[in-house]
Design a protein around this ligand. Structure first.
Ligand code: HH2
Length: 386
């Protein structure tokens, strides 16, 4: 799926295009006044060349870039005109990306037997049943406490509870699947009876995911990007899934945080994984995406993603964001995990403004109130009753 990129000014566009290997002389052909440009993030050179041949007679510039990427310079309205006449499947796909990026219509998010209405921002409350999570580690090890905490999050307005049994903070040690499952099994089982919110299981282990889905969870939150075995679990159990971007393992993921274009690279990865899952039989409506803040990204990478979240909407899938209390927030506004509430709420407001659909957070009540205010301001009207 193509990615729609908006530049704030000419310098920003120029700097990025140079990094992507676009020759200077090409810049003059672009009308930056239109501000929106279309990137195709996974396109072979011969395909980009074919697209250029197709569009050249229509006065549209296609520039192949480094790293299997092409930039199309066309005003969105002109593209809509083009699509009205005749279009190859690639062009139709590009038109769709534009609509997803620009339309207010929310994408569907479903699982077997249920769905989540994304016409307003939704909050996923974090429930880590671990001794060592960076923010709430050790707090919910006992199942009664964990269920009480989930009920509290529900009362504060959470829409989903995300249960994790393994910390994935940078440098954390992995646990065995049996250990992970023994931490969360009772909590997952008690959720549907005692809390009554959809449950997501935060795991990268297919066997843990399968057990959790059979015990009542309906979504899989996989920080390792939904590899083949996990895709199979999601498909056979009829679950929904969050596909998150990460490189390497939590133990070594901060060793390399360089990207050609962080948003473009993250988008290309997520798109590839969504395509694989769909090709394997998981309905598209069951997949959501997450750029994975803090996972193989440095402070500047995280901030660049925060400022360009709107591009992720081009894929037409719900976007989940996990910025809550993360280290990069501490680095820019100071303080340890407990002192990052204000920065976390700022992240929620900035993301809401760009149309992010789901928010994975520790501080549910505060985030719900922030999102109510931010989404009303974005829409320019008072909120509908919940
Ligand atoms: N971040 C963490 C864990 N799971 N899942 C998604 N989809 N997105 C995220 O950004 C994300 C995630 C890390 O945060 P946390 O669970 O609070 O800490 P820990 O990994 O130490 O348990």
């Amino acid at each position: 799926m193509a990615r729609v990129r908006t530049y704030r000014n000419y310098q920003e566009a120029w700097g990025e295009w140079r990094r992507l290997g676009i020759p200077d002389r090409a810049f003059t052909r672009f009308d930056l006044a239109s501000r929106q440009f279309i990137f195709i993030d996974s396109i072979a050179l011969d395909e980009a060349t074919a697209l250029r041949e197709e569009l050249m007679p229509k006065g549209v510039t296609v520039l192949p870039c480094r790293g299997d990427r092409a930039l199309i310079a066309i005003a969105p309205l002109a593209l809509e005109d083009l699509l009205l006449t005749e279009a190859s499947p690639r062009l139709v796909e590009i038109g769709e990306a534009l609509r997803f990026r620009n339309d207010a219509e929310p994408p569907l998010f479903e699982w077997s037997g249920g769905s989540l209405d994304l016409s307003r921002p939704r909050v996923m409350g974090i429930l880590n049943v671990t001794p060592d999570s960076f923010s709430d580690g050790g707090r919910n090890l006992d199942a009664d406490t964990a269920v009480r905490c989930a009920l509290e999050m529900k009362n504060e307005g959470a829409d989903v509870i995300d249960i994790g049994g393994e910390s994935t903070r940078p440098g954390s040690a992995p646990v065995t699947p049996d250990e992970e499952w023994s931490r969360i099994s009772e909590v997952v089982r008690r959720m549907s009876d005692e809390v009554g919110l959809p449950v997501s299981v935060d795991t990268r282990r297919p066997e843990v995911a399968r057990r959790a889905l059979r015990a009542g969870a309906v979504m899989v939150n996989d920080i390792s990007g939904l590899r083949d075995e996990m895709i199979e679990v999601v498909r056979t159990e009829g679950a929904a899934a969050f596909v998150m971007h990460m490189r390497g393992e939590p133990a070594n993921m901060q060793d390399d945080t360089r990207y050609v274009d962080v948003v473009g690279d993250v988008y290309a990865f997520l798109e590839r994984q969504v395509r694989r899952a769909v090709a394997a039989g998981v309905p598209r409506e069951r997949l959501a995406i997450d750029p994975g803040l803090g996972f193989a990204k440095d402070v500047d990478g995280n901030l660049e993603i925060m400022s360009r979240l709107d591009e992720l909407r081009s894929m037409g899938r719900p976007v989940l964001l996990g910025a809550s209390r993360k280290t990069f927030l501490g680095k820019i506004s100071g303080g340890g995990p407990e002192e990052r509430l204000e920065a976390s709420l700022a992240a929620a407001a900035v993301a809401c403004w760009q149309g992010v659909h789901l928010f994975r957070v520790h501080d549910v009540g505060e985030t719900v109130r922030t999102l109510k205010a931010a989404s009303a301001m974005r829409a320019g009207i008072s909120p509908r009753s919940p």
